[in-house]
Design a binder for this molecule. Structure first.
Ligand SMILES: C[S@@+](CC[C@H](N)C(=O)[O-])C[C@H]1O[C@@H](n2cnc3c(N)ncnc32)[C@H](O)[C@@H]1O
Length: 410
């Protein structure tokens, strides 16, 4: 991130971080802070968003540095104080700012209120050299809760990858028109995504793409490489019927609709009417007519049913780093139960030729391989024919798991 961030941008990041510490989801706190930061330009807004994610990403490391420098977060009563110290330390040591720059961004009078920590204390904490920290604890270096680091095999590469910003990824429509859409984008730079035939990654920081013709014409939608690969694993063919059983806001619904084409059908279902409404809105906006939203879709004549199950989201922590502090081991157990129950519910309703695709954006075996294994133990007519395990360090935009389950007789 180039240039000097304004005090406004720093304030937006610190305020958003305070809201996260008070329990608000990062996405919401960020959009509120950006809405308040009137007059901020594109670069400032991007910086504020990046800094907000970084404060959650590196929270544990920043707090340990503060503690070694004699300013343990527990010394401060207010979340605002902790957030200001964290921000100043982050700017100094992760954002590579000078002490003077970092202080300019946080110095009083700053609009982040209430705040009780004086500038002198902040300066004292950040002008000292970085204290020596253990370098053999990936959970500390990469700021992960100990239990989650352990569940990820204490793998430094995985954790480091989950701390990186994700680029904006897109899917072209209709399928097979990537070169054409790239040409239509003119000087807006994009690159093809390896192994994802309709995927593009934006190769600039700006957001001109949203004003571009292909985007306005629905020739491009925002979609991660992972989502596109999960849809590929579904193997839906033109003319087929596919049920998107956990359609959410409709990300994969659109790619499935593109795969089956106008002679095919996609039935989208989710037990959250609010999310499904978003999906309906997106489908309508794109003018897609072969997607319907029955209150309970029939599964017996579906060629493919995709169960994109609710999960811990550990594969996508780069986008939602606040989740790593909110997630608890008990949540993972709960997700695994829900995932198994969902698969059983779907298996009981599908036809004998229906292919079941199970997917999560989790990196945890307990929600992935273990769920599939247990399901195969209960539902003997299913067999695992293909599975896809993608680690975040190997792919743009996070990690995920997907399994294709076919029926062996019937
Ligand atoms: C990972 S999200 C789906 C994301 C979506 N497929 C996409 O690509 O944008 C999981 C979804 O499962 C839904 N869900 C949870 N329990 C469910 C159930 N029993 N039946 C159907 N949907 C359920 C949640 O509301 C949530 O939208």
């Amino acid at each position: 991130m180039s240039g000097l961030p304004s005090k406004k941008a720093a304030t937006a990041a610190i305020s958003a971080h305070v809201a996260v510490l008070k329990g608000e989801p990062l996405r919401l706190s960020l959009s509120k802070a950006l809405a308040k930061g009137e007059g901020m330009g594109g670069n400032e807004r991007r910086f504020a968003a990046f800094a907000t994610r970084e404060l959650s990403r590196h929270q544990r490391w920043l707090d340990r540095v503060a503690k070694e420098l004699g300013r343990a977060p527990s010394d401060f009563q207010l979340e605002e104080d902790r957030a200001v110290i964290r921000y100043a330390l982050w700017r100094r040591f992760k954002g590579a700012a000078t002490v003077e720059q970092a202080m300019r961004e946080v110095a009083l009078p700053g609009p982040v209120r209430p705040r009780s920590v004086p500038d002198a204390i902040v300066r004292g904490a950040i002008e000292q050299p970085l204290p020596p920290l253990p370098d053999d604890e990936p959970a500390l270096t990469h700021s992960f809760p100990a239990w989650l680091a352990e569940a990820l095999g204490n793998d430094a590469l995985v954790m480091a990858a989950l701390n990186r910003e994700s680029p904006l990824m897109l899917k072209v429509r209709p399928n097979g028109t990537r070169d054409e859409v790239q040409a239509l984008l003119g000087e807006i730079p994009t690159k093809p995504i390896d192994g994802v035939p309709d995927g593009l990654v934006l190769d600039e920081e700006g957001r001109r793409i949203f004003e571009s013709k292909p985007m306005k014409q629905g020739r491009l939608v925002v979609m991660d490489a992972g989502s596109q690969r999960i849809v590929q694993l579904c193997g839906a063919q033109p003319g087929q019927t596919v049920v998107d059983y956990c359609a959410g806001a409709g990300g994969k619904t659109i790619a499935l609709a593109d795969a089956v084409g106008e002679r095919g059908r996609v039935l989208a279902y989710d037990n959250s009417p609010r999310r499904l409404n978003e999906a309906k809105g997106r489908v309508k906006e794109l003018g897609i007519r072969h997607v319907s939203f029955p209150s309970m879709p029939r599964l017996d004549d579906a060629d493919v049913v995709l169960v994109d199950a609710p999960c811990s989201g550990t594969g996508t922590l780069a986008r939602e780093p606040d989740q790593k502090w909110k997630l608890k081991p008990a949540d993972v157990e709960k997700f695994a139960k829900t995932q198994g129950a969902l698969l059983d519910e779907v298996a009981a309703k599908v036809g004998s030729k229906t292919v079941l695709v199970y997917a999560t954006c989790s990196l945890l075996k307990a929600e992935d391989e273990a769920v599939v294994e247990a399901f195969l133990g209960r539902q003997r007519r299913f067999a695992l024919t293909e599975s896809l395990r993608v680690w975040p360090q190997e792919s743009l935009g996070g990690g995920f798991f997907a399994a294709r389950l076919t029926q062996t007789f019937g």
